[in-house]
Write a protein that binds this ligand. Structure first.
Ligand code: CP
Length: 304
């Protein structure tokens, strides 16, 4: 039995197979409409979500399966003090696979240790968000045709943004990826990630102004300032609009630069960018369904 806690849980070769499967699902959805007949997915969401939970549920429904779960910890027995370990033991009696989002780092890992069904980490605190990374990688691979030899700018809250941490981890395994980290001083990428890049001799830069480097980017990954992880509101208010990507800044970018964003967006991408063909953040959401379908099939051993 396999779980997914971190994008590095899959080798590069396994990811290639997963993305090939996702692309086949995109082309031939009818071939997959009954692959999970009689199976159940449990979505255990202790933190708010629109995309991830509904994307997982859509993925399972598209595969012919069913879904159970909760979208709010206050409506579950967590509100009475039940531990994650006990909850997953119970859910293992009801479902065949579970996706868990939790505000505490490592919560999904704890669940996996007590589970008798595959557990997918759907976001644990400011730590990792592996299925968002699978979504990001599938989007890049499908639209750029490769996952290597590019310069990617990651912009915004690089300290608390778990999608950023997972994506850097995942891309660090592909050749000739140059990272440009664009953030205010207070929201710099954590030291443990910088140490990992140094150890692997992967090239990176840290800058503050987006305008200084946007012209050099093949990919721009925008992120929201993570209000829920700030210790005080004053700091959040000071930093929340530090970056706003607008049509004027897009005018400085390469004609084939892609703009990604895990969403939800607040103010960091102006709506006047949405009609730009380089803005692919809503296409990204669709790729998220295909890759979660491929992941469910793979973890349930139904991919053949
Ligand atoms: N990208 C993402 O995780 O969105 P949700 O918080 O809406 O699930």
């Amino acid at each position: 039995m396999r779980h997914l806690m971190n994008p590095l849980d899959f080798s590069v070769e396994e990811l290639d197979r997963l993305f090939d499967l996702a692309n086949d699902i995109e082309k031939h959805p009818e071939n997959y409409a009954h692959k999970c007949d009689g199976r159940k997915l449990a979505t255990l969401f202790y933190e708010p979500s629109t995309r991830t939970r509904l994307s997982f549920e859509t993925a399972m429904l598209n595969l012919g399966g069913n879904v159970i779960g909760f979208a709010d910890a206050t409506s579950s027995s967590a509100a009475k003090g039940e531990s994650v370990a006990d909850t997953i033991r119970v859910i293992s009696c009801f479902a065949d696979i579970a996706a868990m989002r939790h505000p505490k780092e490592g919560a999904a890992m704890v669940a996996s240790q007590f589970s008798s069904i595959p557990v997918i980490n759907a976001g644990d605190g400011g730590h990792q968000h592996p299925t968002q990374t699978l979504t990001d990688l599938l989007t890049i691979r499908s639209l750029k045709g490769r996952l290597d030899h590019f310069t990617i700018g990651l912009c915004g809250d690089l300290k608390f943004g778990r999608t950023v941490h997972s994506l850097i981890n995942a891309l660090s395994r592909y050749p000739e990826v140059h990272f440009i980290f664009i953030s205010p001083e207070e929201l710099r990428v954590p030291d443990y990630i910088i140490d990992m890049l140094k150890e692997k001799q992967i090239s990176y830069e840290e800058v503050i102004k987006l305008e200084d480097r946007i012209a050099d980017l093949d990919l721009l990954y925008m992120t929201r300032v993570q209000r829920e992880r700030f210790f005080n509101e004053e700091d959040y208010v000071r930093l929340k609009d530090f970056y706003i990507l607008d049509a004027a800044k897009m005018g400085m970018a390469k004609p084939d630069m892609l703009v990604l964003h895990p969403l939800p967006r607040v103010n960091e991408i102006s709506v006047d960018v949405d009609a730009d063909p380089r803005a692919v953040y809503f296409k990204q959401v669709q790729y998220g369904v295909y890759v979660r379908m491929a992941l469910i099939l793979t973890l349930l051993g139904l991919e053949e």
